[in-house]
Each structure stands twice: as structure tokens, then as C-alpha cells.
Design a protein around this ligand. Structure first.
Ligand SMILES: [Zn+2]
Length: 685
């Protein structure tokens, strides 16, 4: 391809995006996943350095028929192994051949195998095999190539996914992975960019950015947005100076659109890999690693926007450091947010629930992380360990949890989380002013997690579909569009409850200050206000809280923001937040569990069998909880048949006596060590 022709192909890909209908998903991805991994090729271990002296021997042993059998015996049913790291198909040929043989061994045991595809290019071997590849490198605003992040790995250049040449190479890998390797899943690492200034501005990114703007706006829209309509000389805006200056907010409209373009581009490329996989073999699943982390404004930082990315694929990775634990100063650390969001979007999350990553913390043992995944993920226990020459190393507790998971697959399969409350994370608020939007949403979510209020995290595009919730929480979401404000008003008009805090809706989605806050009419007064408010509006209710008072001072406002578990202590006015939700819901929250704030719950329903599932997780696992009182609303047209509790922490299935009074089922859970699964069997009347 000539450069000009390649540019055209790239532009065409942008213009025709979104035309493909979503492909059918492979059913096995929702049938129960227990994953182990060994995705680094031997070539990489050697070139990186720091491997063990026995790595050659171990690496080969990990890919034998005996290990496939041992993994199966341990309850593992998916292995993610090496496919192409980035050295070139010839340079990695021996590694790839070992992986291909392992796929055969694993398939004989009934295991599924995923193939890892990295997005860095190892110059020393790859460029000789792919002479065009130096042009596929990501380049920063000064035209300098962008390395892999690790300072010790500067032999790795990052490839630009928007470059048609690299895209063509990935197409070749996808064909090979499906047709020759017989993988059941392809895993794309680095489905995210680095942070500014290490963000690609190659000629394809620049041209596609202009096309993105042309597609997004009319000529009049461009003038309204930028003051002019001519895009020919518009370039991706340098953002590093603003970040270095310590700014806390993205006001510049071109910078806002650059963030959106980058996120849209990653999602679009991911959708193209998905479409090709679906055409080649619809039983092959797609996983990506955007390194999802809801403690960060990931679209601005890393071009990762779950709203867009999760339109495609089956699994996403989170390597977020929030390993389940209960800290000495009373903070509950969890990945509950990520699990909830991904599950609501129809996928499940890969996390490290065991293995070499994140196991150093004795406050976060594998069985607690497995308990969290069992409760909040959809039929996926994550990566339970590394593949070793002996198969896999698991603690006795982890073995019990994996066995429990397999024994209860029919109960856990095909369920849906049941939530009464939706917490909004608006893109223009969380991404462009994270010290307000990200902090507000996170602290409110933390209160709901620790008070065991059933909630979902919702995004901008979910606002028209709020009717399944009783309450919407808009916590310091300062930038909302007119359409979003109108959708919220309709929700309240039809009887929904609304809890608003702080500066919510004072800006438009372009972050332009409104004459009057968008939600002022619903509140019946100007916002923000120093005075709390509760009022009936239409058939619904509106509560306003002037401020969520953090117990730990959040970091200074910054464009690249992190609001992690160090700050997740319950807000000082935690009770005020909860009381507003209760009031807005008219006291109709469908489940209540009386337990310490170290206990969380997830509530779900299996419609096919009329069963309700209550998962309880005790993050303070050293202190068992006794006689937790539970109240569950009995759904209309249903009668209670039986309640039972089971746990991997103890043997047997215990029947619980439940009473039904005024439409409420009441019972007590006698023991909660780390995890209990309560099933409430109903029957139709
Ligand atoms: Zn590029």
C-alpha cells in the first residue's frame, strides 16, 4: 500500500464504523470461568531479563499434556497462554508452536485456551520480519516514537492501532489464531493508550481526528463549538503543558474532543477485531485489557471508556490495585464498582484472584477475592493462579471456593443483578473535572456498598432507560447535557426518586456554565445551594445535599486523576446520603441486611427458576458475623417456598426459617465467615 492509499483505507474504516451489527456471543463465556495464565513467551522472558535460572525447563513443562490434566483436576477450565508478544511470527515461532501443541492437549481435557496478543513491537526482530513496521510505531507530538512504559523495556515500541498497516498485521494474527492455533479466545493486551504526552499523533491519528470532528458536527456545529468550521489545519492539541501546569479541568473544546476521539478509536478498533472473529468462528471469544479502573478518569488518561469499549467483546481485564480487604482504619477496599459495571453491560471481568500478582497482602487472601468475584462477577472467578510446572498452586481455601463455584453453576448461571438505585457517572463530569465528578460518584457508591443498598453504576447512554430503578443519584456530576437533564426530569415525573449533590448540572456537556443549573427546576430553587432540600416533584421526589463531606481529603484537582482506596473511608455525612436515598425510594428498597459495615451484599434473580440470590461477603474475614437479620421484599404474585444458605467456608446446606409479613420476607443468617450464598425459592401464585 502506498502511504496515500493506506491513509484512504484508514479514513474509510473510520467513516464506515458502527455499520456492523453486533455478532452473536459464544455461550460458553457465561457458563462459568476459572482461568489460569502463562502468556509470556520464552523469547520475552529472556529478552526482558530477571527470569529464574530454570525458566527454560519450567516454561516447557508448563505446556505439557500432564499440566493440562492437572489444571483440569484443579477446576481450571480456561488457560490464557502465549500467542504473539511482538517479536515477530518467525522470532516467536518455537514459542507459538509450543502454544499450539498445548491447545491440543488442553482441548483433549475439555479446557479452553486463549491466545495473548500484545501491542508492542520488539524492534530488534520484528522490524526485520515486517519492514513496514517502523512506520506503525506510535509517535508523540514531537514525532518521537513511544516506548513501552517500563523504563527497563525500551526495546518495545508501541504500535498504533489506527495505522492500517498494523491493523492488517492484526488481521493476519486473528486468522492464524482462529484457523491454525484453534484458540477459543483471543486476548488483546494494551487496549488503552499511555497518558499524555505519550499519546500517538501519527498522520493516521491526526487525519482520523479531523474525520471524527467532521462526522460529529455540522458546519454550524463546528462554529458553535470552536468559532470556525475549517478543520484542515486542526491538529491534536498538545495537552502536556496544561497537565504540567497543574490544571484540574479540561475546558478547551478541542482537548475534550481529542479525549473522546481517542476513546472512540480504541473502541472502534476493538469492534473490528470482534467482527472479524465473529465471521471466522462465532464460538471464539474476545477479551481486551483496557486495565479498567473506576478510581481513575480512564478515558482522559488512557483512552479507555467502558461505555464505548464494552459494546464489543466478552471479557475485559482490570489490573486495578484495589484488592479486596478491610483495613485497620475501617476502609472497605474492593473491585465491586468494576464488577458491577461490566456485568451490567453483559460481560464479565478478568481480575487477579490468585497467582503472583497482588498476593503479597495477607489482608487480601485468595478466598476473599474469590468470594468477591463469586458475588459480583457474572460466572467468572477470574485468574485464580499462574500455570506452573506442577499445574497450579492454590490454597486449600481457594480449592474449596473453586469447587463450590462449579457445584453451584446451575444456581449462579443466567442471573441478573437486581438494583434499586442507579449512580450516574457522566462522561463530561468524571473525565474533565474528576476532582468533583469522580470523587462524588465514588464516595456515594462507597456509602451504598457498605450500607448494602442494591445499586448499579449507570453511564450517560443509560439515562433514557432508568425506569427499572427507584432512585437516581447524581453526585457532583457538574456537566450534563440538556437531553440528560430532560431524561432525568421524565424519570422523576413518572415517579422516580432523585438525589442530587453539590454542583451537579451547573454546566452543559461542553462544560459551559448555564444561566441556571439544569436540575434547578426539579429542585424548585437555584443550585448549588447551601441548604439541603427534600421536595415532591411530579409523581417523584427530589432530595438535594449541598456537599458530600470526605473523611479523607481527596487529592488536589488534576487532569489525570486518581481517587483510590486510600480515600475510600465513608463520608462524614454517610448517614445523610443514605437517608436521602431511603426517603427518595419511599422506604421501598427491596433488600436490607443488618450487619457491620465490613459486610457487602449483591442481590440477583434467576428468572427461569423464580429464585432470588443474596450473596454476602465479609471483608473483615477474621471476624465472623452471627445472626445477620435480612428483609427481602416478596415480589408481587409470588409466595415464599424455601430459604437455604450454603458456603464454601462450611459443609452442608442449611435451611432457614423465613416469615412473611406485609409483603416482606424476614429471616436470619446464623453464620457468615467470608462468603455465604442465600437462595430464596419462590413460587407463582
Ligand atoms: Zn497513531
Amino acid at each position: 500500500l502506498s502511504a496515500g492509499r493506506a491513509l484512504l483505507v484508514g479514513l474509510l474504516a473510520v467513516l464506515t464504523a458502527g455499520a456492523q451489527p453486533p455478532r452473536p456471543r459464544p455461550a460458553w463465556t457465561h457458563d462459568g470461568i476459572v482461568m489460569a495464565g502463562n502468556w509470556e513467551p520464552l523469547t520475552f522472558l529472556r529478552r526482558r531479563g530477571g527470569q529464574t535460572a530454570a525458566s527454560l525447563e519450567d516454561w516447557k513443562l508448563e505446556r505439557t499434556a500432564a499440566v493440562a490434566r492437572q489444571l483440569k483436576d484443579a477446576g481450571v477450565n480456561l488457560v490464557v497462554t502465549n500467542f504473539h508478544k511482538g517479536f515477530g511470527l518467525q522470532a516467536e515461532a518455537e514459542d507459538i508452536e509450543a502454544a499450539r501443541r498445548f491447545v491440543e492437549y488442553a482441548h483433549r481435557q475439555g479446557l479452553r485456551v486463549g491466545g495473548y496478543i500484545g501491542a508492542s513491537m520488539m524492534a530488534e526482530t520484528f522490524f526485520a520480519e515486517e519492514p513496514q513496521a517502523p512506520d506503525w510505531r506510535q509517535v508523540d507530538e514531537r514525532g518521537q516514537p513511544i516506548f513501552y512504559l517500563d523504563a527497563g523495556q525500551t526495546f518495545r515500541f508501541m504500535a498504533c492501532r489506527n495505522h492500517p498497516g498494523y491493523h492488517g498485521f492484526l488481521d493476519k494474527l486473528i486468522h492464524l489464531g482462529v484457523e491454525t492455533m484453534k484458540f477459543d479466545l483471543l486476548h488483546f493486551d494494551q487496549m488503552e493508550s499511555w497518558t499524555e504526552p505519550n499519546v500517538c499523533r501519527c498522520r493516521y491519528c491526526r487525519a482520523q481526528f479531523r474525520e471524527f470532528l467532521r462526522a460529529k458536527y455540522t458546519a454550524a456545529g463546528l462554529r458553535a463549538r470552536f468559532g470556525f468550521a475549517r478543520l484542515d489545519d486542526v491538529e491534536p492539541p498538545p495537552m502536556a503543558p496544561l497537565i504540567a501546569a497543574g490544571a484540574g479541568e479540561v475546558v478547551n473544546p478541542l482537548m475534550q474532543d481529542w479525549v473522546e476521539f481517542r476513546a472512540a478509536g480504541y473502541a472502534q478498533r476493538y469492534g473490528e477485531y470482534d467482527a472479524l472473529l465473529g465471521r471466522l468462528n462465532p464460538q471464539v471469544a474476545l477479551a481486551g485489557n483496557p486495565n479498567l479502573d473506576l478510581a481513575l478518569n480512564k478515558a482522559t488518561r488512557n483512552a479507555a471508556d467502558p461505555a464505548r469499549l464494552l459494546q464489543h467483546g466478552d471479557f475485559v481485564w482490570s489490573e486495578e490495585p484495589q484488592q479486596a480487604s478491610w483495613t485497620a482504619d475501617g476502609r472497605l477496599v474492593s473491585k465491586i464498582r468494576s464488577y458491577k459495571l461490566v456485568r451490567r453491560m453483559g460481560q464479565s471481568l478478568f481480575t487477579y484472584t490468585g497467582g503472583r500478582y497482588g498476593t503479597a497482602n495477607p489482608e487480601s487472601p485468595a478466598h476473599l477475592r474469590l468470594a468477591e468475584a463469586m458475588a459480583y462477577n457474572d460466572m467468572n472467578l477470574g485468574m485464580v493462579g499462574d500455570v506452573t510446572p506442577q499445574g497450579i498452586a492454590l490454597t486449600p481455601e481457594a480449592r474449596r471456593y473453586i469447587a463450590f463455584f462449579h457445584a453451584h453453576r446451575s444456581v449462579l448461571r443466567g442471573t441478573r443483578a437486581l438494583a434499586d438505585v442507579a449512580v450516574l457517572r457522566s462522561f463530561a463530569s468524571v473525565e474533565f473535572n474528576p476532582a468533583a465528578g469522580l470523587v462524588g460518584a465514588t464516595l456515594f457508591e462507597q456509602s451504598l456498598i457498605q450500607a448494602r443498598v442494591p445499586f448499579d453504576i449507570v453511564l450517560d447512554s443509560d439515562l433514557p432507560g432508568l425506569d427499572r430503578y427507584q432512585v437516581l443519584v447524581v453526585a457532583n456530576q457538574d456537566a450534563l447535557s440538556d437531553a440528560q437533564v430532560a431524561a432525568i426530569a421524565r424519570f422523576v415525573e413518572r415517579g422516580g426518586g432523585l438525589v442530587v449533590t453539590g454542583d451537579s448540572s451547573v454546566l452543559t456537556e461542553w462544560r459551559l456554565r448555564r444561566r441556571r443549573a439544569g436540575l434547578a427546576e426539579l429542585a424548585g430553587r437555584d443550585l448549588p445551594s447551601a441548604v439541603p432540600l427534600r421536595r415532591e416533584a411530579g409523581r417523584g421526589r427530589v432530595a438535594y445535599i449541598p456537599r458530600i463531606v470526605p473523611a479523607v481529603e481527596p487529592p488536589e484537582p488534576r487532569i489525570n486523576y486518581r481517587f483510590d482506596s486510600r480515600c475510600w473511608k465513608l463520608a462524614v455525612n454517610h448517614r445523610e446520603l443514605l437517608e436521602a436515598v431511603e426517603w427518595a425510594a419511599r422506604g421501598n428498597l427491596r433488600v436490607r441486611v443488618e450487619a457491620p459495615p465490613s459486610v457487602t451484599m449483591e442481590f440477583a434473580g434467576q428468572a427461569a427458576t423464580d429464585t432470588l440470590l443474596l450473596h454476602l461477603v465479609n471483608f473483615d474475614f477474621r471476624h465472623p458475623v452471627r445472626n445477620a437479620a435480612v428483609t427481602v421484599a416478596l415480589p408481587a404474585g409470588m409466595a415464599l417456598q424455601a430459604i437455604a444458605v450454603e458456603s464454601p467456608d462450611r459443609d452442608g446446606r442449611e435451611t432457614l426459617a423465613g416469615k412473611v409479613e406485609r409483603g416482606q420476607i424476614r429471616f436470619q443468617v446464623p453464620h457468615l465467615d467470608t462468603y455465604s450464598l442465600i437462595t430464596i425459592q419462590l413460587q407463582r401464585i
